[in-house]
Design a protein around this ligand. Structure first.
Ligand SMILES: Nc1nc2c(ncn2[C@@H]2O[C@H](COP(=O)(O)OP(=O)(O)OP(=O)(O)O)[C@@H](O)[C@H]2O)c(=O)[nH]1
Ligand SMILES: [Mg+2]
Length: 398
């Protein structure tokens, strides 16, 4: 059996991923219309081996370099903290937990340590509280949970069961698997969300999944706003041999969607996946544009779009809820996909999504490759969150 944990460990332990604070990630989305000059094509990772590396020439400083200054070695007065020992993960059928990132695993380990403590003390509950807040369960839910546990006068060893019971009761449905349909005229799947949440990458992952199930798919590149957005999808499509429909730069996205949808109906496509531009949920004109896309789709098929998927970045934590409310009230969400759980310690807001909004959670994104998408399952997620998947053997992670 493959050991995904090792793979993740090697990938992440070498380069400490930069943790994005809520403030940072929100400010990242402030300008929904990035200037054309500044736009960067997000880095895409090809699952196939990359071609020969391009040598980047060394930069030559035209001025003579000043005499070398000897910088004295810095001596850390405090001893460096001990390496965090993250236990090896038990092999599971789905390898679900193994694909989560080390940040997530570290938080889970804290939860595990607190709930597996031999004697439950107030300190353990404080530790648990801290770990839940780190996992982004939210202040009020964490308080509720801890008070509940205090009231229950937990006997030794029962804390884990109580925590699992409470967490499981928050999920309406434990399984929200996304179903592709054949001959669906076609099944129209619309992707939307704020800038950079992972819409395009997730669409590609899903398109690839549908194709591997033998379905005839087509992608519509309806992000005609961001420079290079269409090229990004074209590049993916040519790598994975996915059928794509494109319009022209700055063409009304609704017009591109209308033409692409018509063509998909004529060509008996099974699943039509539509990529849209990133938009801030509080910009009314951008939300109107999304509503118009939905109306246009309905001109070709009154029942479409069959899936309206909000793609959420897990690193934004509790801001998830305001995005969810805004997109739901303007176009209606049929399901959620949460991305970047390989680089975030936060996944707890998924509990709130299910508890408060009862929105199905279909998938979680755990990387940049085309197969880094996992079917969401509440039981697996809770096990991951409380570190229940850790085995006994330890593996150190820097
Ligand atoms: N680590 C990680 N990175 C991801 C994941 N999903 C997407 N990304 C990366 O996030 C960045 C943005 O992804 P895109 O798919 O372009 O996001 P987008 O929502 O389409 O962005 P806009 O179209 O600009 O709004 C890219 O560098 C992706 O490779 C994931 O699950 N894990
Ligand atoms: Mg995109």
């Amino acid at each position: 059996m493959k050991n995904w944990f090792k793979k993740i460990g090697e990938k992440i332990s070498g380069k400490k991923s930069r943790k994005i604070s809520e403030k940072e990630s929100v400010s990242k989305f402030k300008d929904p219309k990035p200037s054309l000059a500044k736009v960067k094509i997000p880095k895409m990772v090809d699952p196939k081996p990359s071609p020969a590396k391009v040598e980047i020439p060394k930069m030559v400083d035209p001025k003579p370099s000043p005499a070398k200054v000897e910088i004295p070695k810095m001596v850390d007065p405090k001893p460096s903290p001990a390496k965090v020992e993250i236990p090896k993960v038990k092999e599971t059928k789905t390898n679900w937990f193994n694909k989560l990132g080390d940040n997530f695993k570290r938080t889970s380990l804290n939860i595990k340590n607190a709930i597996f403590a031999k004697k439950i003390s107030l300190d353990d509950l404080l530790l648990l509280e801290e770990a839940f807040l780190m996992s982004d369960l939210g202040v009020s839910f964490t308080e509720e949970l801890i008070n509940d546990l205090k009231k229950k006068k937990i006997e030794n060893g029962n804390l884990k069961n109580e925590v699992v019971k409470i967490l499981e009761s928050q999920f309406q449905q434990t399984n929200n698997n996304f179903v592709f349909k054949k001959n669906a005229y076609p099944q129209v799947v619309l992707f939307f969300g704020v800038n950079g949440s992972g819409k395009t990458t997730t669409l590609v992952k899903l398109a690839n999944k549908a194709k591997s199930q033998g379905l005839k798919i087509k992608i519509i590149a309806a992000d005609t706003f961001r420079a290079a957005a269409v090229e990004q999808l074209e590049e993916w499509s040519s790598r994975l041999k996915l059928d794509i429909f494109t319009g022209s730069q700055n063409e009304d996205p609704s017009s591109v969607v209308f033409k692409g949808h018509k063509e998909a109906i004529e060509n008996n496509i099974d699943v039509l996946l539509i990529d849209t531009a990133g938009r801030l949920h509080n910009k009314s004109e951008l939300m109107e544009e999304l509503k118009k896309i939905v109306r246009t789709i309905q001109k070709n098929d009154a029942k479409a779009p069959h899936n309206k998927l909000l793609v959420l970045d897990s690193t934004i934590g509790q801001n998830t809820y305001s995005q969810l409310e805004a997109f739901d009230s303007s176009v209606g969400i049929t399901g959620v996909i949460m991305t970047k759980l390989d680089s975030s310690s936060k996944g707890g807001s998924l509990i709130g999504i299910s508890k408060k909004y009862k929105t199905p959670i279909h998938f979680i994104g755990v990387g940049e490759k085309s197969d880094d998408l996992i079917d969401f399952n509440a039981k697996d997620f809770i096990n991951a969150l409380i570190g229940n998947n850790f085995g006994d053997k330890s593996e150190s992670i820097h």
